[in-house]
Write a protein that binds this ligand. Structure first.
Ligand SMILES: NC(=O)c1ccc[n+]([C@@H]2O[C@H](COP(=O)([O-])OP(=O)(O)OC[C@H]3O[C@@H](n4cnc5c(N)ncnc54)[C@H](OP(=O)(O)O)[C@@H]3O)[C@@H](O)[C@H]2O)c1
Length: 265
């Protein structure tokens, strides 16, 4: 491992079928050494397999990068379990770096305000996917790949400004991101050998942003997202992802800290 590569790695990427997660998979594939494995997961099997094919035809694929797909719903109990199982099966003794990218997420119902959420089942199902699955997947991977000499372990939480700041009508999203943020801060304190990065990717031109600018209940916030889109202020996944890769390569961040795409580092 050097400052120009991430070593022979086992990378697990949730939400790899589209948006930011897909960009992460593509950029990681160029930074890992031959013999590395990418575990790509999401619910959309066709999109994952298209990415798998693209990677196998790439330079990295020809040099020996392997990509496996795990089609699973992280809102279900089996989700994290099936990903951990696939990661164990895909691993080998030569792996020198485990990289878990907790990227999958959803906005939830942003058309409603806090006082509208009277049904516990709605809140539970949002948090099951956006918080519980992330904790259980991370815990499962850490158990199966414990600390050992020669093995580096990195866990990334794809976070948001919403982990730190309230946004009207986004109670589920902000609360879920705040909970994840604290979860990874606790983890960083508990496991000093682990590298834990909370990365806030900025406003990205993805399906999630489309929902944000069309459905957001707070009219001022909805207009702010619309304006960002029409004024060309959204970032591409590729440019934000490049900043995250730089952080991982340089490896100088304080474990547990949240770093925003716009931060000067
Ligand atoms: N877009 C932004 O402006 C922005 C800003 C800050 C932070 N973020 C964060 O960046 C991350 C990626 O966002 P994005 O904009 O790329 O979102 P996106 O385009 O909506 O993609 C979300 C990904 O999560 C997967 N996913 C959704 N529900 C799932 C489920 N139940 N089980 C398993 N996978 C599921 C989706 O795949 P399937 O549908 O195939 O399952 C997809 O690959 C999220 O954590 C988001 O909160 C985004």
């Amino acid at each position: 491992m050097s400052s120009s590569d991430l070593g022979r790695a086992l990378c697990i990427i949730t939400g790899a079928s589209r948006g930011f997660g897909r960009a992460v998979a593509v950029q990681l594939s160029r930074l890992v050494k031959p013999g590395s494995v990418l575990v790509l997961t999401a619910r959309s099997g066709d999109d994952l397999r298209a990415l798998q094919e693209e990677l196998s035809g790439s330079e990295a694929g020809k040099a020996g990068l392997k990509a496996v797909c795990v089609v699973t719903d992280l809102g279900q109990k089996e989700g994290p379990e099936s990903i951990v199982k696939a990661a164990v099966e895909a691993s080998s003794e030569e792996i020198e770096h485990i990289i878990l990218i907790n990227n999958a997420g959803s906005l939830g119902d942003v058309s409603r305000f806090t006082k509208d959420f009277t049904t516990m089942a709605d809140v539970d199902s949002y948090l099951s996917f956006n918080f519980s699955s992330c904790l259980c997947l991370t815990a499962g991977i850490l158990q199966k790949f414990p600390k050992r000499p020669g093995l580096k372990r990195t866990v990334v939480n794809v976070s948001s400004l919403c982990a730190l700041q309230p946004f009207s009508s986004w109670v589920l999203y902000c609360s879920g991101k705040a909970a994840r943020h604290m979860m990874f801060k606790v983890l960083a304190q508990e496991e000093p050998d682990l590298r834990v990065l909370n990365y806030s990717p900025g406003p990205l031109d993805t399906a999630m942003q489309e929902v944000a600018r069309s459905v957001t209940g707070d009219s001022g916030l909805r207009k702010a997202f619309s304006d960002m889109f029409s004024e060309g202020k959204l970032l591409t996944c590729e440019e934000s992802c490049a900043k995250m890769m730089k952080l991982l390569l340089e490896d100088k961040y304080t474990s547990g800290d949240q770093i925003d795409v716009y931060d000067r580092t």
